[in-house]
Design a protein around this ligand. Structure first.
Ligand SMILES: [Zn+2]
Ligand SMILES: [Zn+2]
Length: 352
């Protein structure tokens, strides 16, 4: 096996990233070495690329970027017995302690000792990545690997949509970036009665429509609250999946969600948000869910079941496939908002 590999790495504390050669990582007894086949671009990668305040406070330099992947195992550590060389895997990106109260009570997704691939340690924008074996999720090798690499963000969408009742419900998906688009697809696949996609970007709204959104609303040109109410006989939607991170959009959602409804929040506002708690939460009897990561590993099995069911349209959600070397183009597309999910193609399975 080669001992050098190509990576997209952050090596300087400023905007950008570089294509740079690094040694292939060594693994511990509990890790596996994965040859990356495909890796997808997340909003987190854009924050790291842009070197915003969050990235500056969190990312050690130098570091290989990326965390969403599908790859083939090329080496297993001496204590790894449930996986083999040749298996096609993806990775849960939250590396948890397994020992704290949350890990021990089935809530590892909120483990306070979490380390994240591509954030706290070297990531997947590389020809090889070392991951703890416990974080590997074994894939069906018959599913195209460029689809499998998006299971981690798809898990965010599944976790959000399925965090309460959904069958027969009216659902607003607020913010249809890549994860919001996935949420539209998931909500339709699992039997939501009406899906309303809300965003300010027409490219993404049109994509949501193509994926089966019953209605799309451009929040820049429409009075969102009254349109949602019109579409729901004045009552509002049963479920809101908040994926925009906009405090303004969240307040609108708290207004047009039906009394007794559910608001599941995945989007992260950058500033504190003022909310009329009494009027818009308490007296409405709302259920508010904070959604972080994926339930480990319940969400992964739900994601797998949905992919296997053939009801999702990941081929449409992935709007761009680019070679790893064209990561700058991927970042520009992400910054423009005129894309769904972008996949970077790294290796071909036959090369291995
Ligand atoms: Zn991600
Ligand atoms: Zn823990």
């Amino acid at each position: 096996m080669q001992n050098k590999m190509l990576t997209i790495s952050k090596i300087e504390p400023k905007k950008g990233a570089v294509l740079v050669e690094k040694p292939v990582p060594e693994i511990t007894d509990d890790e596996i070495l994965v040859k990356v086949l495909a890796t997808s671009v997340c909003g987190t990668d854009v924050h790291i690329y842009q070197w915003d305040a969050w990235a500056q406070s969190r990312i050690p330099i130098p570091q290989t970027m990326g965390h969403e992947l599908a790859g083939k195992i090329v080496q297993v550590g001496s204590r790894v017995h449930h996986l083999s060389v040749g298996d096609i895997v993806s990775a849960e990106t939250h590396i948890v302690c397994g020992l704290c109260e949350f890990c021990l009570t089935g809530q590892a997704h909120i483990c306070k000792n979490t380390k994240v691939l591509g954030v706290d340690r070297d990531g997947a924008f590389a020809q090889y990545i070392a991951i703890p074996a416990i974080n590997a999720f074994k894939n069906d090798p018959n599913v195209p690997y460029e689809l499998l690499c998006v299971q981690e963000p798809l898990g965010n969408a599944v976790h959000t949509v399925l965090s309460g009742e959904i069958i027969g419900k009216t659902v607003a998906i607020v913010g249809v970036g890549p994860i919001g688009i996935m949420a539209v697809d998931v909500a339709k696949a699992v039997g939501a009665s009406k899906v309303i996609a809300i965003d300010i970007n027409d490219y993404r709204l049109n994509l949501a429509k193509e994926l089966g959104a019953d209605h799309i609303i451009n929040a820049q040109h429409a009075d969102v609250i009254s349109v949602v109410r019109e579409l729901t006989h004045g009552l509002g939607v049963d479920v809101v999946c908040e994926m925009s991170g906009s405090g303004f959009a969240l307040n609108q959602a708290l207004n047009y969600v039906k009394d007794g409804g559910r608001v599941s929040i995945l989007g992260i506002p950058t500033k504190p948000v003022e909310i009329e708690v009494g009027k818009n939460i308490v007296f409405k009897g709302l259920t508010i869910h904070g959604i972080t990561g994926r339930r480990m590993y319940q969400t992964w099995f739900q994601v797998k079941a949905l992919i296997d069911s053939g009801r999702l349209h990941l081929d449409k959600i992935i709007t761009h496939k680019l070679p790893l070397e064209e990561f700058e183009k991927a970042m520009e597309l992400m910054e423009s908002g005129n894309c769904g999910k972008i996949v970077l193609m790294v290796s071909h399975p036959e090369e291995i």
